[in-house]
Write a protein that binds this ligand. Structure first.
Ligand SMILES: [Fe+2]
Length: 497
């Protein structure tokens, strides 16, 4: 009698096993279904490639060295390439053969004396990848972007937008934070083509710096807004109307402790649950509105827009956590343990009334989720659907092992979870000539715990059914955020150095 193997949590976390191989456009084996002939383009995904250096394990899920995976679809086959981002810190550690840098959630081994006053952190370049203004950039919210050759995935250089990201607030500010961060969640305005982004900058003051990059790639600082604390902000909302919405939650880094090396930045985070969340809105003419809502934490927003029936009402959909997940839980997860009572993220709709200065919120759907995606043409506009990883609230498995589709107008949801698998963020690829919002494919990675294999899936965005499944030549972590380019990139790129 065959013995059924049930995956344990330890099997699931092998989705984060370190990648040791880099492939050059190898064809993937089709093992289920058929590739759509008109699915032509390139999927890029960025994420953690490895969680250890010289057998020293990182302490946090967010600290893995950035690796970009590229999948080229020609309508008949898919070719696969992957490369680590060669940041200066990655290269230096490879050459030294040991860990040299602290990172977001990991201090150097050896305790306080090994970390004291070490203020240079590893830029892991591991969070997202964009193409804008003629540059492909690997992004990490704690530092500068890295320019990537979109054809070869070779790392070109660190990119400061012609000096715009160099801290010039004051001499002392430039010493504390020489390189101003550029978050991993920029938003492209659907009409102007301007890329909006932000960075949280520690210094003599804590600042929320707003950037704008025109379609030609020229950047400027649009505003620098003082913050009371060094708030942990990962994402924001840009509406077609030009409103920008930030949730400055009472979750903040203790910068003196982090910079002194007493703890990692992640472990320095203080959560003040008695305080409300500051909802900061920058309107199209740059006026700042400060409103409040209940204590919460939000990693990712789904979308936001100006209510077509009320010009003072902003609708903002996000994945709201009732508490901030402790740093120690991230380390436990990487070791194959999942602490009880971890906060989970629910789909929530916020209504921000700028006339009445009120913020209300209500559940959007009876699902938990993360890494939400929408149709690319609906960013900042009224929309109907979102797709994400997640699970129905009644599901007992503690990991997000389903692909979820939410109708944000009705609150109805669909979900698909294949046995003993974990999916990545599903990227939405509209079908050529489509008009319906869900007339699209989803492309995502899926890790199968019992066999320890990773597949690339194409699914129908209407019913989540698998259209095609291809096997990767090795297991790669599911990663954070990706990008679909409808046709193969032919970008002029600078000479590699
Ligand atoms: Fe993110």
């Amino acid at each position: 009698m065959p013995i059924r193997h049930y995956a344990t949590l330890h099997d699931y976390v092998q989705a984060n096993r370190c990648v040791t191989d880099e492939y050059d456009d190898v064809p993937l084996e089709l093992i289920e279904g058929n590739l759509p002939a008109d699915l032509i383009g390139t999927l890029y995904r960025n994420g953690n490639g490895r969680f250890q250096h010289q057998r020293v394990w990182y302490d946090h899920l967010f600290d893995g060295d950035g690796m970009i995976a590229k999948f080229s679809f020609d309508g008949q086959s898919v070719r696969y390439r992957n490369r680590y981002v060669r940041t200066a810190e990655f290269v230096a550690e490879e050459q030294a053969g040991r860990m040299l840098y602290r990172s977001f959630g990991t201090n150097l081994p050896g305790g306080f004396l090994k970390n004291a006053l070490k203020m240079q952190f590893k830029n892991t370049a591991n969070t997202s990848v964009i193409l804008h203004g003629g540059h492909m950039l690997a992004l990490w919210e704690g530092g500068w972007p890295h320019r990537i050759n979109p054809d070869t995935l070779e790392t070109i250089d660190r990119y400061d937008y012609d000096g715009v990201l160099r801290n010039q607030f004051s001499w002392l500010d430039s010493r504390i934070t020489p390189e101003m961060p550029f978050s991993a969640h920029p938003k492209l305005h659907p009409k102007t083509g301007v890329l909006h982004n932000f960075g949280t900058v520690a210094g003599t003051k804590q600042r929320l710096v707003l950037y704008e990059v025109d379609p030609q790639g020229k950047a400027r600082i649009a505003q620098a807004i003082d913050m009371a604390d060094m708030t942990f902000a990962h994402d924001f909302v840009l509406t077609e109307s030009g409103h920008q919405v930030f949730f400055l939650t009472p979750v903040a880094f203790d910068m003196p402790r982090a910079l002194a090396g007493i703890t990692s930045p992640a472990a320095s985070i203080r959560v003040n649950r008695a305080n409300p969340t500051l909802v900061l809105v920058v309107d199209p003419v740059g006026t700042i509105h400060r409103l409040t809502t209940d204590f919460c934490f939000v990693f990712h927003f789904v979308n936001g827009y100006l209510d077509p029936t009320n010009p003072s009402m902003l609708i903002v959909d996000g994945l709201m956590l009732g508490d901030y997940p402790e740093s120690a839980a991230m380390k436990a997860y990487l070791a194959g343990n999942l602490p009880d009572d971890q906060p989970s993220s629910r789909f929530v709709r916020y209504r921000i009334d700028l006339a009445r200065q009120t913020v209300t919120h209500e559940p959007l759907a009876y699902y938990e989720g993360e890494l939400p995606e929408i149709h690319p043409d609906r960013v900042g506009r009224p929309y109907r659907y979102t797709w994400s990883i997640g699970r129905p609230l009644t599901h007992t498995m503690p990991l997000f092992d389903h692909i979820v589709k939410i109708d944000v107008q009705t609150g109805e949801g669909k979900h698909r979870g294949d046995p003993e698998t974990l999916p990545s963020e599903p990227i939405v690829v509209p079908k050529p000539g489509s008009t319906a919002e869900d007339d699209a494919w989803l492309v995502y990675l899926r890790f199968h715990a019992p066999s320890q294999t990773t597949d690339l899936l194409v699914a129908d965005a209407v019913d989540l059914q698998t259209v095609a499944r291809l096997r990767l030549p090795h297991n790669i972590p599911l990663g954070f955020h990706g990008l679909w380019l409808p046709e193969r990139v032919k970008t002029a790129v600078p000479t590699l150095t």
